[in-house]
Design a protein around this ligand. Sequence first.
Ligand code: NDP
Length: 409
Amino acid sequence: MSTSPSSQKVLCVLYPDPVAGFPPRYARESLPTVARYPDGQALPSPASRDFTPGHLLGSVSAGLGLERFLVERGHRFVVTADKDGPDSVFARELVDADIVISQPFWPGYLTAERIEKAPRLRLAITAGIGSDHVDLQSAIDRNITVCEITWSNSTSVAEHAVMQMLALVRDYIPQYGWVVRGGWNIADAVSRSYDIEGMDVGVVAAGRIGLAVLRRMKPFDVRLHYTDKHRLPADTEQELGLTFHDTVESLVGVCDVVSIHCPLHPETEHMFDDALIGRMKRGSYIVNTARGKICDRDAIVRALESGQLAGYAGDVWFPQPPPGDHPWRAMPNHAMTPHTSGTSLSAQARYAAGVREILECWLDGRPIREEYLIVQGGALAGTGAHSYVEGDATGGSEGGAESASGQAG
Ligand code: NDP
């Protein structure tokens, strides 16, 4: 199809297709219906969608279900997983791209240097939540709109965080290992296993995900704590029996389990360093499904090795994909996953629809929903104005180039 004068080049970075091939049949026939998000926000509402909810949408061949829509309108749609280093397809195609779409699970890092080489770039869409892979300061300076699909995978992440808290405290993964190896070693399997009941559990940030985690943990009969830049309404604190801490230091000093749910920005980068972890009780647990760089990589390893931390779990690393020898792969008592919590098949259906909605608005000259905005008009905007600070947190992302494909065959 020939391209019209208003034709846009849309460059999309997605994770590689499954090495085992697309499922010939999915595990479930359909997704449950979710009418609205918990605070009443409406789900994505594109004019139409060219994909089946519940199918794999976030890998290269699936292209978030966007190809037909874009090509029929005369736009160019380039999809790649080759994203790191100056010779990557992403770096080469970026030079005349108008729109970039990237998922935090397999981030196409948009550093200042890359933005400098992309004079046509006007819109960067995060297919998911968390736009720290974009140098937001450069986007502000260059008047690039940055947006994400607010709420699309917040509940998905909350479920994952609760799963990982329980996996750590009950020490689930080694127990599963004994079964797979043909053993019945109960004494070995329970030597680090506890009940979470009665523990002090805290979240760093009680935004969409953090509050969803607190709500889900309430029935476990734990004492709940949180810290945030803004305090929750008094009736929410009362309903959940929350203790507010005005500093993260105060929170970690009393908690047995800490789950991290703030965005990565210059204020939160390396927040969990030797000093902060040193203020925790010996034998505490950290779950981090927010961003890898909120924790100091080597401080986490040291704390697990010394026993200051009894366990660490989460799904976020830095850079992504991490190299094969990243120390978090081999450190003791961890329960890490690759960055999967926000890309369940359920979440993919929501954020693919959200990306389509944003593209329909942008290409038709209609405003993008306020709640999707991170940067617009040369300033933090919408959700970005509430949850982020100006600046850049992409430093060091070039290390991703050393990670090869990130796929084990
Ligand atoms: P929200 O914007 O709803 O919540 C973020 C919260 O963090 C807000 O309450 C904000 O405070 C608070 N916050 C910001 N800076 C600080 C700080 N310095 N100290 C304490 N609190 C702070 O976002 P979500 O809950 O939906 O998502 C949170 C993060 O989780 C995302 O930014 C992303 O990094 C990560 N995420 C990870 C996913 C995954 O797949 N692992 C998927 C989705 C998100 P306030 O607004 O009160 O100022």
